[in-house]
Design a binder for this molecule. Structure first.
Ligand code: SF4
Length: 218
């Protein structure tokens, strides 16, 4: 397994904010978002045998975690390693994914308890295929990162897709955290515009920024 970090912390994004988790941060991603702060960590990635990962997870169990977050990078790129981990781990799994690798998801979908799926505007067909697999499951939500002057069409397309799949899937609008290639925050006007576009078709839309960064935790 290529892992860049393995640690205990608290979920800082989306519907499960504040839950204590063990984070396994898989290295590598199949896409490159301008606002990504993970790509730079790839050079520090370590080869972790599955047994070593299990040992470290066990040592972090003393913190009484709610679940294990499989995050990245894109964890589904290493689906074979995840399949090795699954029978050796007793905690529920929380998958944090870019929503582009449906065939990989299919291999482990029944072993995942929580799904946090990003919508990446350039990957509409991939997102639809991915969401078709989990649209009627519990504990699924979609995150959409809103940047300064985001395109109306992006948000409109997402709202239409969710309305057709299942309008009860919650949508989290996450104002971008300025970092790396992104220098400007989304404004209040951008955030309200994204809410107004999507909430006409999606039943639950909430605005939640990344919270771990301002708390100073991982
Ligand atoms: S999908 Fe996630 S990990 Fe991949 S480049 Fe985008 S923000 Fe980074």
């Amino acid at each position: 397994m290529k892992i860049s970090e393995l640690f205990f912390s608290f979920q800082g994004e989306g519907m499960f904010i504040g839950y204590p988790q063990i984070f396994i941060r898989f290295s590598g991603c199949n896409i490159k978002c301008a606002y990504c702060d993970e790509i730079k960590k790839e050079k520090y990635a370590t080869d972790y045998p599955v047994e070593k990962t299990i040992k470290e997870v066990q040592s972090l169990m003393k913190n009484n975690p709610h679940s294990i977050s499989l995050t990245g990078g894109e964890p589904l790129l290493q689906v074979d390693a995840i399949k090795e981990l699954i029978p050796k781990i007793s905690l529920p799994l929380y998958l944090d994914t870019n929503g582009t690798l449906a065939s990989h998801l299919q291999e482990i979908v029944d072993d995942i308890s929580f799904f946090s799926v990003d919508y990446k505007p350039g990957f509409v067909d991939e997102f639809i295929n991915f969401m078709e697999i989990i649209k009627d499951k519990k504990n699924v939500f979609v995150k959409y990162i809103v940047t300064r002057n985001f395109l109306f069409q992006e948000a409109q397309t997402l709202a239409k897709i969710l309305a057709a799949l299942n309008p009860d899937i919650p949508l989290i609008i996450q104002p971008v955290t300025p970092f790396s290639g992104i220098k400007e925050k989304a404004t209040a006007k951008d955030i309200t515009r994204a809410y107004n576009i999507t909430s006409k078709q999606v039943n639950t839309v909430r605005i939640i920024p990344q919270t771990h960064k301002f708390m100073g935790i991982k």
